[in-house]
Design a protein around this ligand. Structure first.
Ligand SMILES: Cc1cc2nc3c(=O)[nH]c(=O)nc-3n(C[C@H](O)[C@H](O)[C@H](O)COP(=O)(O)OP(=O)(O)OC[C@H]3O[C@@H](n4cnc5c(N)ncnc54)[C@H](O)[C@@H]3O)c2cc1C
Length: 483
């Protein structure tokens, strides 16, 4: 211990107050453990402050503006004016409400909150440096630790987030003036969600992606309607291109790119190199775990080659008293996966027989239209040795979808042909992120196609599409032709 340090002890030390860490702390508090939660920046982590919540608030606001200005078919004539600064203030208000709630909930569950940056001193203690000059530091000894330090955006050569025109997603969500032109590097889910926001608000958006498609992690028939709608919004895609640098010009910046495969890109994009004029460039090429600033060696906790901490099905690291949850513990880097891991870690520490089960982790992309998936795709089901039965229902055959003016996309269910057990589902279309919950529950409950098909669904709702897709897999859908 450093001279002058105050040393305190705790049963459970949680590092990081994102959806992995704060949920772990609350659950541990509920289980009557003595818990200390250390956070260096803001309660709620990336998710509440700079990720899920602010991006969804901005997506909703951009949708309102776009829909109001494009509802002539419904007899509505409007020309909405966007005040980005007021929109960002509204978004910040939503964030403040939620982060304040996280702090209150933790306190109400008896969690001891400490502001500062933690790093391991040895296998059973951390040093916490408090922010600001003269704030000092303290040592905390622990029986168990839960590492929940999350992830941070990856920088690429030539683009530093310290440079004013170069933005990460957090900076893009805090702009108070709308850029006229923006280059987005990366067509993964963050790149696509934010490109859509800016395009809907009136920015001219150019997307540069190394691979040959948008949302490369998703099946092509799910990604296709999203790319089509993005192009209708004026987003200009350049695939097979990697961004190499930027320079200032008289009226903004110029972003240069290089073809990944010279010949293919020369044909596709008219050259092996290209340049795009813009006011801002947002780099959204992925995120890396925050494990390099924790002095993990002192605790003897190991990471893999990509910096992630490997864990077992009880969220334990190679050191059985140290747990890791959320983005630091690997893919999928999603808030709800981290929260579940946090709950399991707390319960295991309390001696409960909890374990993780990843068979039904949903994922959603809040683009236009939305994409949501859970469980296995048809291809994955085949690879796992199932004989899959597949059913689909298009939203153009849904009465409710037509009344919302948004009938692009479909629901697809994948089940085991012999037993009828649901194995997975993929949805692209309106409210996909909400609809997927029914299928997640069905898989978790071990429901069959018959169970979902026999469930009476409210009419007219988008959820009827889930029932119809199951009926389609069984060969007796009513509102669409059967396969
Ligand atoms: C733009 C964007 C949109 C997203 N949208 C979604 C979405 O719609 N749905 C979804 O499920 N996921 C989404 N995500 C991902 C989601 O934000 C993460 O998966 C989630 O936040 C991970 O939670 P976590 O608790 O592991 O880490 P984080 O939320 O990153 O929290 C980690 C916390 O640890 C703190 N910390 C780090 N090091 C230390 C230290 N040494 N000492 C003390 N504190 C420390 C950090 O300050 C941070 O507050 C999005 C992410 C981004 C960037």
């Amino acid at each position: 211990m450093v001279v002058g340090d105050i040393a305190t002890g705790t049963d459970v030390l949680v590092i990081g107050a994102g959806p992995g860490g704060y949920v772990a702390a609350i659950r541990a508090g509920q289980l009557d453990l003595d818990v200390t939660l250390v956070e260096k920046d803001a309660y709620g982590g990336t998710c509440l402050n700079y990720g899920c919540i602010p991006s969804k608030a901005m997506i909703t606001a951009a949708d309102v503006a776009h829909e109001a200005g494009n509802a002539e078919e419904m007899g509505i004539h409007a020309d909405p004016a966007v005040d980005l600064s007021a929109m960002v203030d509204w978004k910040d208000g939503v964030v403040d409400q939620l982060t304040g709630g996280v702090e209150k909930l933790n306190k109400a569950n008896g969690v001891n909150l400490i502001e500062g940056r933690a790093e391991f001193a040895d296998e059973n203690s951390v040093r916490v440096a408090h922010g600001g000059e003269g704030q000092g530091s303290e040592t905390i000894e622990f029986e168990h630790a839960i590492i929940a330090t999350g992830s941070t955006p990856i920088e690429i050569p030539g683009f530093s987030f310290d440079d004013e025109p170069v933005l990460d997603s957090r900076q893009a969500l805090a702009l108070d003036e709308l850029p006229e032109r923006m280059v987005v590097v990366g067509a993964g889910y963050i790149g696509m969600e934010l490109s859509t926001v800016f395009a809907k608000l009136g920015t001219e958006v150019t997307v540069v992606e190394m691979l040959d498609s948008a949302l490369p992690g998703y099946e092509s028939d799910l990604a296709r309607p999203v790319k089509k709608r993005a192009e209708e919004l004026g987003i200009d895609f350049h695939f097979g291109q990697t961004a190499t640098g930027w320079e200032e010009t008289d009226d903004g910046i110029r972003v240069s790119t290089e073809a990944v495969e010279e010949e293919a890109a020369a044909e596709a994009d008219g050259g092996a190199t290209a340049e795009f004029d813009a006011d801002k460039v947002m780099v959204a090429v992925g995120r890396r775990p925050v494990t390099d600033t924790l002095n993990l060696e002192a605790a003897g906790v190991e990471t893999n080659d990509d910096g992630f901490i490997e864990t077992d099905d009880r969220a334990r690291t190679n050191k059985s008293h140290v747990y890791a949850v959320g983005d630091v513990a690997g893919e999928p880097m999603l808030a709800h996966k981290g929260s579940k891991e946090g709950q399991v870690a707390a319960e295991v520490i309390a001696g409960e027989p909890a374990a993780l089960d990843y068979q039904a982790v949903p994922a959603a992309v809040f683009t236009d239209p939305e994409i949501a998936t859970v469980g296995l795709t048809e291809e994955e089901a085949e690879e796992e040795g199932f004989d899959p039965a597949v059913g689909e229902f298009p939203f153009r055959a849904s009465g409710r979808a037509l009344t919302t003016g948004d009938s692009e996309g479909f629901v697809r269910v994948v089940a085991d042909e012999g037993s009828g057990f649901l194995l997975g589902a993929q949805i692209v279309g309106p409210e996909a992120s909400e609809l997927i919950a029914e299928l997640g529950l069905a898989i978790e409950m071990g429901a069959t196609l018959e169970d979902v098909a026999a469930t009476i669904h409210t009419h007219p709702t988008l959820a009827e599409a889930v029932m119809e897709a199951c009926e389609n897999a069984l060969g007796h859908a009513i509102h669409t032709l059967n396969r």
